[in-house]
Design a binder for this molecule. Structure first.
Ligand code: C5P
Length: 310
C-alpha cells in the first residue's frame, strides 16, 4: 500500500485479502489463537483520502461513504465513524508521534463487512501509512508494525499486503514472491459473522500442538509448491480453513454456497478468514465472470469476480 499525494490531499487504496490456507495451532494464554495462514491480496478496494481542511489543527474527523459493488443493499450495516478503526488508528499514531491528529479522513467502503476479507484491518493499516505521510511523523516500519498489532491481528499484514504466510496471532509475517495470479469468485452472504464468535465455536483439537504444527507446515509447503509450479487445481486440494466447520455450524448457508461454486466447475471452494465469505478458485477470468453472473441470480448475497494481487 503506497499513499500518493493528490494536490493537497493524500490517497491510498486499501485492498481486501483472502486466506488460501488457515490452520489454528492452539489457544494462547492471552486469549488469542496461534495461527498459520497464507494470505494474498485481492483486487477489491476501499479508498481512503485525507484532506487538510479541519476546524482546527487539533481535531480530526472521518466520513464514510458505503458503496455496494453487487447484491442486495441489506449487506450494508450502519457504520458509525466514531467506532471505526480509521479514527482509532489515526489517534494511536498521533499519540505515539506526540502530535495532535488533524484533518479530515474520507473512507469509501466497498469491501463487504464482517466478511473475513480484512476490510477493517486494511483500512486501519492504510490510515497508519497515510497519516505517517500527511502528518510527516516519520515513524519507521517497525514502529508502524507495533501500532498495527495493537489495532488487530490482521493489521500488520496489510502494511505490505503482498502474499505472505502469517503466524503467531497473525503479526509474524513471512513475505512470499512468485505466486501466480488466481481468478476468484467471492461470495459474501447477506449475513456477516463475528470473529470472536467463530473462534468460540471452534472445537478443541485432540492432537498435541507440536504434531499440529508439523502437519500444518507440511500441508502449507505442498500448497506453496503447487502454486509456484502453476498447478492451481492441485493447489486447491491443499486449500483449507480450520474455522470453516465452526462457521458452518453457525451459518449452514456457507455449505450451500460452496456447493453452488463446485457445481459451476470451480477448482476449489473454501471460506476466507472467520467468514462469512466463501471463495471459489476459477479456471480463468472468463469462468470467474460467468460463475459470478450465474450465482448473482441465485440471491446468495454479494457476488464478485476478482483476481488476486494488486
Ligand atoms: O485481533 P482481532 O481484533 O482481529 O481479533 C478479534 C477476535 O478474534 C479476538 O478477540 C479473538 O477472539 C479472535 N482471534 C483469536 N486469535 C487470533 C485472532 C483473532 O482468537 N489469532
Amino acid at each position: 500500500m503506497v499513499p500518493r499525494k493528490v494536490g493537497t490531499a493524500w490517497e491510498v487504496a486499501a485492498p481486501a485479502k483472502l486466506n488460501l490456507y488457515l490452520e489454528v495451532l492452539g489457544q494462547r494464554t492471552d486469549g488469542f489463537h496461534e495461527l498459520e495462514t497464507l494470505m494474498v491480496p485481492v483486487r477489491i478496494y476501499d479508498q481512503l483520502r485525507w484532506t487538510p481542511e479541519s476546524r482546527s489543527r487539533s481535531h480530526c474527523s472521518l466520513s464514510i461513504d458505503l458503496q455496494v459493488l453487487s447484491g442486495p443493499a441489506d449487506n450494508l450495516l450502519p457504520l458509525d465513524p466514531a467506532d471505526n478503526l480509521v479514527l482509532r488508528a489515526a489517534h494511536l499514531l498521533a499519540t505515539r508521534a506526540g502530535i495532535p491528529p488533524w484533518g479530515h479522513f474520507h473512507l469509501t467502503k466497498r469491501i463487504p463487512l464482517q466478511a473475513g476479507l480484512g476490510g477493517g484491518s486494511s483500512d486501519a493499516a492504510a490510515t497508519l501509512l497515510l497519516a505517517n505521510e500527511c502528518w510527516q511523523t516519520r515513524l519507521s516500519r517497525a514502529e508502524l508494525a507495533e501500532l498495527a498489532t495493537e489495532l488487530g491481528s490482521d493489521v500488520p499484514y496489510f502494511l505490505n499486503a503482498g502474499a505472505a504466510v502469517c503466524r503467531g496471532r497473525g503479526e509474524l509475517i513471512e513475505s512470499l514472491a512468485g505466486l501466480p495470479r488466481l481468478h476468484v469468485v467471492v461470495v459474501k452472504p447477506t449475513f456477516g459473522l463475528s470473529t470472536p464468535e467463530v473462534f468460540r465455536e471452534l472445537a478443541e483439537s485432540s492432537a498435541p500442538t507440536e504434531i499440529r504444527r508439523k502437519t500444518s507446515s507440511e500441508q502449507l509447503a505442498r500448497l506453496l509448491a503447487a502454486l509456484r509450479a502453476g498447478s492451481i487445481s492441485t493447489a486447491c486440494g491443499w486449500m483449507t480453513n480450520r474455522l470453516e466447520a465452526a462457521a458452518s455450524r453457525l451459518a449452514p448457508e456457507i455449505l450451500r454456497i460452496k456447493a453452488a461454486l463446485a457445481q459451476e466447475g470451480c477448482w476449489g471452494q473454501f471460506m476466507t478468514g472467520s467468514g462469512s465469505t466463501v471463495v471459489g478458485i476459477a479456471r480463468s477470468a472468463t469462468q470467474a465472470r460467468r460463475t459470478a453472473r450465474l450465482l448473482s441470480a441465485q440471491n446468495l448475497g454479494t457476488v464478485l469476480a476478482a483476481a488476486s494481487g494488486w
